[in-house]
Design a protein around this ligand. Sequence first.
Ligand code: ADP
Length: 277
Amino acid sequence: MATLIGRYAPHQADSPVLEVSDVTVRYNGTLALDGVSFRLTQGEQVAVVGPNGAGKSTLFKVIAGMLHPTHGEVKVYGHGPGGHICIAYVPQRSQVDWSFPVNVADVVMMGRIGKLGLLRWPKARDWDYVRQCLEVVGMADLADRQIGELSGGQQQRVFIARALAQEAELMLMDEPLTGLDVTSQEDIFRILEELRRRHVTVMVATHDLNQAADRFDQVMLLNHRLLGLGRPGEVFTPERLLQAYGGHMRLIQTDEGLMVLNDTCCEGSTTRHGRLA
Ligand code: ADP
């Protein structure tokens, strides 16, 4: 679920939404991130792509302030990530206990806690706000449904509604498209369009290179080190893709552009064919 990070950090007007400087993370000797630096400005939407174990989740956890880097620093609007209510981390669905007995509206209301303060009971206007967030994600009709009874796509939309209720300005979505059917994926893309209109800055982790190239203006290629950030055509070059995926990928140059045959990069993967740039 979207995780509430904190409350009080002020925003420095002339600072970028996000500035990551030379971030390295080691878990007991395992190098997850190695000297990662980049910055994002308000309203950018970036697909973060890399093979399993590349450090995508670790990067999001560091940005959200849930994990301290071994080296380097993260600044959100000019301040460390620990004190910000404006960051929402939307975890992978598999990391959530869906048997927890709460309904959809309650989950979304949890996103309001930072605005409410822990000891204040939600008022009618807070429930109105929750309903508006559910309308944005097309889930208002299911407000009373137990979360365990939702489909994967609906669960993902509830997470995003919760981040909206939090009034997050920076959303970190960990594999929100994985395991969803095409219709549910399109629902998520429609919501991403709405977030773009609201100038919310979004990072979306995915292992689907072709979808990232087709559907995002900006992509980040990560494999412990940052291998590129920019337009798909600039970032997804054969050299960088081979650096990221090694022998797990075949690239074929055609008249229409670069084709990717991606057999073994991802758990349970099927062969994917697609054109990048
Ligand atoms: P991704 O999200 O791209 O799959 P992760 O950030 O989950 O990558 O993992 C990056 C690396 O760090 C992997 O080698 C993974 O095994 C390791 N790792 C992740 N979390 C932990 C942890 N809690 N303890 C030890 N190693 C971890």
